[in-house]
Design a protein. Structure first.
Length: 207
């Protein structure tokens, strides 16, 4: 009698787990509504915006300044390439997470951890980019821009004041950018990753 009850209970648990797996697979197949599909769509839009924006900035700078101080457009080019590499790797991960023929739950748990690391990196890198860009651009302009050189020749500007000004400007701009970037990253990716994680956690509770 007890053996029959155990078999019946095990059958219910197995059936519930299988149903949850099937529901998750069905959700992943809804390309336009699943959290993964939304993140992929946001990622694609963001990637094209970065490509167009950075190309426009680089071309406009080279034309406007007639090729002077090429270190600045080179800096923007390297930043743009870094973003594109990040987008490609992240899109590849999201594509793998849509695999409905794989071991869905176990794969998603592992891939979700990787995705969360990508999102955290994106937040920190996007925020750190502000002071890094300010410092590099101000340094290049201070030492190489002809207009700045003329001003420096007429009146001596101590390096200490220059460094202090950069630090103050960087801090003032970085703090609000961090909170703005935090909202932006959560809007595009964080909230969808949280929803997917909640679904996987609910599946674990049902087992």
């Amino acid at each position: 009698m007890e053996l029959d009850q155990l078999k019946e209970m095990w059958g219910k648990v197995d059936s519930s787990t299988q149903t949850s797996e099937q529901e998750l697979q069905a959700m992943l197949q809804k390309k336009s509504k699943s959290p993964i599909a939304k993140m992929k769509r946001n990622l694609t839009i963001e990637m094209w915006v970065v490509v167009v924006l950075y190309l426009w900035i680089i071309i406009d700078y080279i034309i406007s300044f007639k090729g002077l101080i090429l270190m600045i457009p080179l800096l923007f080019f390297l930043i743009g390439v870094g973003f594109i590499v990040y987008y490609i790797r992240k899109r590849k991960l999201l594509h793998q997470m849509e695999c409905v023929t794989c071991e869905v739950k176990s794969n998603l748990q592992q891939q979700l951890q990787i995705l969360e690391k990508y999102i955290r990196f994106y937040l920190l890198a996007g925020t750190a980019l502000v002071p890094i860009t300010i410092i590099l651009m101000c340094t290049v302009l201070f030492f190489y821009a002809p207009e700045v050189q003329q001003v420096r020749a007429k009146q001596s500007v101590p390096y200490g004041y220059f460094l202090l000004a950069i630090v103050i400007i960087s801090v003032i701009l970085t703090v609000p950018v961090y909170f703005l970037n935090k909202w932006y990253v959560r809007k595009l990716y964080g909230q969808h990753a949280e929803k997917l994680k909640q679904i996987v956690n609910e599946m674990n509770e049902e087992e």
